[in-house]
Write a new protein. Structure first.
Length: 404
């Protein structure tokens, strides 16, 4: 009887060994010199430190990517709308195919996304998003959503946030909403300051407006965007979310019977908000927090991981840096938050093990050391089990009681 929770908790501890913090970094000065870059320069070298498997894929993909970007530049200069759309579509296909590659997908896609920025493609996309040709706007937004890796989010936050905010004002354009909601999903991961700028300039209002719709793609992006805003935006953005009644709008998403991914990220968002003691009462009052426990208890981590792997948007899982944002849930007093965080780690372990992504980096050692030092999640869950307040099955079941 007592061995079961110990095994389960040891599995939680092993999660961190499955995460890789491999990132493709580009020096800041390289990005800052985009405007002064000479045209006609030779192909840039692949980022150092990548594996032979990744390099082999890039050797086959980068020439086609360079050609597509070159065509995109020339077609924009000549005003050839159809050629521009074809070049965007070709670039999109190359990036999309990279993201769904098993094992090496994230590394290949990140290298390609960074290459698009370094070769001037990201700057060009931001310009195309401001053209009157609606078809080009749609295609450009669709591509931008796919390439918003960390360094590209930095660039957009510095150079193109106004462009994104202008797109959010087209609330009733259903086709544009499918891409812009995804763009916001990524941009709410940037910094607290960027999230605050997005919220104060109407981006959160637009997301909540789209929560009224029925398009599953838009709703999924909205749920993840709200979770990211809560996780990365800090207390200021969490307070703004409450003021705009985000917790109430999360209720229909968390209650959705159509898509488990929508429900999960809505539950994650409300659990993160509830972990902030300053706004906990408002979150509880919304009623959304009550939906977390029965939903998480109904899930199996392995099956949920398979669902994520079947989704192109989430099949690569989260990075180790992303998962560090679960710490407030693990260290908090909200048991729903602890359980959804632990479940999330189960899911990510399954994804990373399937990807054979087992490198342990210094960041994860620090994170694991923190959890052992504090003992918060381990002791809380174990004692809750002993007191009969939770049941450890395929998921984590909260029993009614007053254990804290």
């Amino acid at each position: 009887m007592f061995l079961s929770p110990v095994v389960y908790l040891s599995k939680i501890c092993r999660y961190f060994s499955m995460f890789s913090t491999d990132r493709l970094t580009v020096p800041e000065y390289v990005s800052n010199r985009l405007h002064n870059r000479r045209t006609g320069s030779g192909p840039r070298a692949v980022s150092p430190g990548i594996s032979a498997d990744v390099r082999a894929v890039l050797d086959g993909s980068l020439p086609a990517l360079r050609s597509a970007i070159k065509t995109l530049k020339s077609s924009k200069d000549t005003g050839d709308v159809e050629e521009t759309r074809r070049a965007i579509a070709e670039t999109f296909q190359l990036v999309e195919e990279a993201w769904v590659l098993p094992t090496v997908g994230r590394r290949v896609a990140e290298e390609m996304c960074n290459r698009i920025r370094l070769d001037g493609g990201l700057e060009l996309l931001l310009q195309l998003l401001q053209t009157p040709a609606v078809g080009i706007t749609y295609e450009s937004a669709k591509l931008l959503e796919q390439i918003l890796v960390s360094e590209n989010r930095d660039y957009v936050a510095r150079m193109g946030l106004g462009v994104i905010l202008n797109l959010t004002r087209e609330q009733d354009d259903a086709q544009l909403a499918r891409s812009v909601s995804g763009i916001l999903e990524h941009m709410f991961k940037h910094t607290e300051e960027t999230s605050a700028q997005l919220i104060t300039n109407g981006a959160l209002d637009t997301l909540l407006y789209w929560c009224r719709g029925t398009d599953p793609t838009v709703l999924r992006h909205c749920a993840v965007a709200l979770a990211n805003c809560a996780m990365y935006g800090g207390h200021r953005c969490q307070r703004l979310m409450i003021e705009k009644q985000a917790a109430e709008w999360l209720f229909p998403l968390a209650f959705s019977k159509e898509d488990e991914l929508i429900r999960f990220h809505a539950c994650l968002a409300v659990a993160v908000l509830a972990a902030n003691r300053e706004i906990e009462k408002e979150v509880v009052k919304s009623g959304t927090l009550e939906l977390v426990e029965p939903f998480i208890a109904s899930l199996d981590p392995e099956e949920f991981a398979r669902n994520l792997l079947d989704s192109a948007d989430s099949m690569q899982g989260r990075t180790a840096a992303d998962l560090q944002h679960l710490l407030p849930l693990l260290d908090g007093t909200c048991l729903e938050g602890k359980c959804i965080a632990a479940f999330y780690l189960c899911v990510e372990t399954s994804i990373k093990s399937r990807q054979r992504n087992t490198k342990v980096r210094q960041t994860l050692y620090l994170l694991l050391s923190h959890i052992f030092y504090e003992f918060s999640v381990l002791i809380c869950i174990f004692l809750a089990y002993l007191h009969g307040k939770i049941t450890l099955t395929g998921g984590i079941k909260l029993n009614k009681g007053t254990f804290q």
